[in-house]
Design a protein around this ligand. Structure first.
Ligand SMILES: *[C@@H]1O[C@H](CO)[C@@H](O)[C@H](O)[C@H]1NC(C)=O
Ligand SMILES: *[C@@H]1O[C@H](CO)[C@@H](O)[C@H](O)[C@H]1NC(C)=O
Ligand SMILES: *[C@@H]1O[C@H](CO)[C@@H](O)[C@H](O)[C@H]1NC(C)=O
Ligand SMILES: *[C@@H]1O[C@H](CO)[C@@H](O)[C@H](O)[C@H]1NC(C)=O
Length: 656
């Protein structure tokens, strides 16, 4: 009697495991995401996943053909093909249903799609646990389950994704227990760049295995119930640029090297922990060996690049000369001594070589060719931003001089002004810019992680930022006849009134070819490189326009561009799929009243990203179109949102 069912089972099992991805999606995933109970009305997005709708019109999904290419849904035939859904060779590539009112649970079958590369289900109402099987998804590299109601412990199997995972986001759920350590003790999760476990209910000690994740750039553990000491090894993570340990119960002394995180309090946060938590960038530890404020400055200088330290030390003997010269000659346009020279530009005439070199600074950022410091001037008390070009990256002094003078002449409301340039005897080059204390980069504003990072960025504000950046580019292209060369969201500095200022213009022209090509490689990896641009020597107004188009898409979609996440293609596919606007645009933008301008801006951005350079508009045209589509809320509300309004809150006052 038992034989028949057994036989049937054996026969059925291989059959069911050979069922197509589409079938698995319909039978398992859809019902689970939809949720049980009559209280849930059928979900509008999920309803499109049905046999009477061609596969290409199923919302929020991407498919791959057996030869690992994206399924093309851009032909009318494909978009009308009802038998595609029955094709077992098609593999599910991604599920993207953020803010889609999903009210169910995560089915274990999500781990069974052999090609599933990304799963974005943020900002829904999903509840229940993170299924263990999800960790066995063979191809998953991006997982975003933020802002749901997931509960229970995080399964250890999550780290099975380490082979491929680049982004794991579980922010804003109700996960409990300790953050589990990987089963393999030497797991390094080399590709993982973002790990966001913030705003959950994790408890226990600091998950110190994370310090072995060498590629990590952003780590958010804020808003949990973690306690105990913070491991010193955390300060040695080479790429870590944003760390949030706020609102836990961490205690004791922070690793001394953490002082570098003091530079950008908004990206490195330790607030709201046990009162005993101390050490820079928090208050000094009283119980430790009585470090004076000089000691702190020393420590900070200790981590600055050797060239600056050498320069600050060597200035000691020159100091006598400075005092004398200053008193007899007053300010000079160019100061020089045996060690190097300082060329000052408009608005920088209060800067002296001594002051610049003795400024105490903290590392804010590192790029392929320079280290950025925020520094305080001793006497005037103002703050400046220093960019120290890395040794071996720069052209010789003679070829740099004319470029630096051009950069120094450029003055526009939406450009970060260069105030001075220092050329040391050993070839070290230091660019002195205004520092905007209350500003953040657009990149951090949009992708900074943490709850509410995007909240403040309604369309009126994003529009103002886009318009500011566009005006700066139009100025450079027309007035200066020069390309910016490195337009990207991390080079847009946004102050507290949402005035945008472009940084780093024309710096590639100070670099030796190899270093300049590294800038291009970074632009390519981050998705800003125009398709035709093969060498940095060829960068032009047209390639700037392309990069600006990407920047505008980034503002509109709230998505970080990259070589693998090509924003213009994503829009094209969405248009062909007749996807709803909310699938393309950042959810934040759709909260306000419907804005016609959003669609126009999207079209404009796509125009800027035209594959043929000649088809792209000029920046002057972009400015004109953006001015025409000014958001309604901006026309009616206070001057706060007016794009022309600004405040000079730079550390270095402008004398112009
Ligand atoms: C199938 O999807 C279409 C939209 O593509 C929808 O109008 C229809 O109601 C769906 N059918 C079912 C049974 O959900
Ligand atoms: C529809 O899709 C099936 C399965 O992939 C394919 O065999 C067929 O040729 C397609 N039909 C059309 C009209 O494209
Ligand atoms: C914080 O941690 C300390 C031990 O380090 C413990 O005594 C205290 O109760 C904890 N506070 C909370 C609110 O959990
Ligand atoms: C850090 O985390 C806390 C708690 O989740 C949050 O309130 C804060 O805004 C975060 N800070 C940043 C800079 O993201």
């Amino acid at each position: 009697m038992l034989h028949l069912p057994c036989l049937l089972l054996l026969l059925c099992l291989p059959l069911s495991s050979a069922s197509s991805d589409a079938e698995l999606l319909l039978t398992k995933v859809k019902p689970a995401l939809q949720g049980k109970g009559n209280s849930n009305p059928p979900n509008a997005q999920l309803a499109t996943w049905n046999a009477s709708t061609p596969l290409c019109l199923w919302r929020g999904l991407r498919w791959s053909t057996p030869d690992a290419r994206s399924l093309r849904c851009d032909t009318p035939a494909a978009r009308a093909n009802l038998s595609l859904a029955a094709d077992p060779a098609l593999l599910l590539l991604s599920v993207r249903l953020p803010a889609a009112a999903l009210a169910g649970t995560l089915p274990p079958e999500l781990g069974a799609f052999s090609a599933l590369d990304s799963l974005y289900l943020a900002a829904n109402h999903l509840s229940g646990p993170v299924p263990l099987d999800l960790g066995n998804a063979p191809a998953l590299s991006v997982l975003d389950l933020s802002d749901n109601r997931l509960s229970g412990a995080l399964p250890t199997s999550l780290w099975n994704l380490c082979d491929r995972a680049t982004d794991l986001r579980l922010h804003g759920n109700a996960l409990t227990g300790a953050v589990p350590a990987p089963a393999g003790p030497s797991t390094t999760c080399d590709r993982l760049r973002v790990l966001d476990l913030g705003d959950n209910r994790f408890s226990g000690g600091f998950p110190s295995f994370l310090t072995a994740f060498r590629g990590l750039q952003r780590l958010d553990l804020g808003g949990n119930r973690l306690q105990g000491p913070v491991p010193d090894a955390l300060a040695d993570m080479p790429l870590l640029r944003a760390l949030n340990l706020s609102y836990n119960n961490f205690s004791g002394q922070l690793p001394p090297a953490f002082s570098r995180f003091a530079a950008e309090p908004s990206s490195f946060s330790f607030l709201g922990n046990d009162p005993s938590l101390c050490g820079p960038p928090m208050r000094q530890c009283v119980s430790s060996s009585g470090l004076s404020s000089r000691g702190v400055a020393g420590m900070v200088i200790g981590i600055m690049a050797a060239a600056v330290v050498l320069a600050s030390v060597s200035i000691g003997w020159a100091q006598g000369r400075w005092t004398r010269r200053d008193s007899t000659q007053g300010q000079q346009e160019e100061e020089e001594d045996g060690e190097g020279r300082l060329v000052v530009f408009e608005g920088g005439d209060h800067l002296t070589l001594e002051e610049v070199l003795n400024a105490t600074g903290q590392v804010v950022d590192k790029t392929t060719y320079c280290t950025v410091y925020k520094a305080k001037l001793g006497t005037s008390g103002g703050s400046i931003e220093l960019r120290l070009l890395r040794e071996g990256c720069c052209k010789d002094a003679a070829s740099c001089a004319p470029v630096v003078r051009r950069i120094g002449r450029a003055r526009h409301h939406n450009l970060v002004p260069l105030r001075a340039f220092y050329q040391g005897r050993r070839g070290e080059k230091l660019l002195v810019y205004d520092h905007f204390p209350r500003a953040r980069t657009l990149h951090d504003l949009l992708h900074g992680g943490g709850a509410g990072a995007g909240e403040a960025l309604a369309w009126a504000r994003r529009h103002k930022i886009a318009l500011g950046a566009a005006r700066a580019l139009a100025y450079l292209h027309a007035g200066q006849g020069e390309a910016h060369g490195n337009v990207r969201s991390s080079n847009v500095v946004v102050d507290d009134l949402f005035v945008a200022r472009l940084a780093e213009h024309a710096l590639d022209r100070l670099l030796v070819p190899a270093a300049a090509e590294a800038v291009l490689a970074a632009a390519k990896a981050d998705g800003y490189k125009a398709p035709e641009l093969q060498s940095m020597r060829r960068c032009s107004a047209r390639t700037d326009v392309y990069a600006f188009g990407i920047l505008l898409l980034e503002l509109l979609m709230g998505r970080k561009p990259s070589a693998t996440s090509d924003l213009p293609s994503a829009v094209k596919v969405a248009v062909l799929e007749e996807a709803a606007l909310e699938e393309v645009l950042d959810a934040e933008l759709l909260k306000g009243p419907a804005e016609e301008g959003l669609v126009k801006a999207l079209k404009l951005a796509m125009g800027c990203c035209a594959p043929v350079p000649a088809a792209r508009p000029t920046m002057a045209e972009v400015v004109r179109q953006l001015e025409e589509t000014r958001p309604r809320s901006m026309q009616t509300r206070s001057a706060m949102y007016s794009p022309t309004e600004s405040r000079s809150d730079a550390g270095t006052p402008t004398t112009a």
